[in-house]
Design a protein. Sequence first.
Length: 218
Amino acid sequence: MSAPDVAERLAAVHARIAAVERPFTHAVDVVAVTKGFTSAAVRSAVFAGCTAVGENYAQELLTKRDVLTELQPSVHFIGRLQSNKVRSIAALVSLWETLDRPSVIKEVAKRAPGARVLIQVNATGEAGKGGCDPAEAGELVTLARAEGLVVEGLMTVGPTDGTPADAEPGFRVVRALVDELGLATCSMGMTADLDVAVAAGATQVRVGTALFGPRPAR
């Protein structure tokens, strides 16, 4: 998809965000999720005005090293993070969004000292889903800070099944935790449920399909 096309779609996403009734006045950042697309999508996103891109897989991120190095967007790692992959991508990642257990926190601290991070919370209770229990978020924030990381906020993913409205309870739990812990960033909401996330207090949404269309099959 060309940069003008992505720019038009990005404007539509911003219009969706602006139309949401919410009790917050903060800006909502849009992360362009380029997972599953080629380096051309990264280039189009940056030229369209996106300042941040999101990637889910370490190996795929490495294939986009050249364009990321050239264009220098903020690179958010938003997939389930394996400790043994941290070293290979540490030089490329600007914000680690999915720290959810002590082993990963310690590995990121070792390979990327002083890195900016979010703690991922599993607010839906789904087994096998990334993220810590909401009750553990404070402990992980404390650990990450003790390891020298800069904890900017929390991240969550809506339920795998159901309607966008079904995401609201979990989103509100995470927003409340962000406030309770005195954090700044609340990363939640994707193409389908970003309106619900913004209404609940998201400061950042992660959008792929709304910008680039259906994702190619892996």
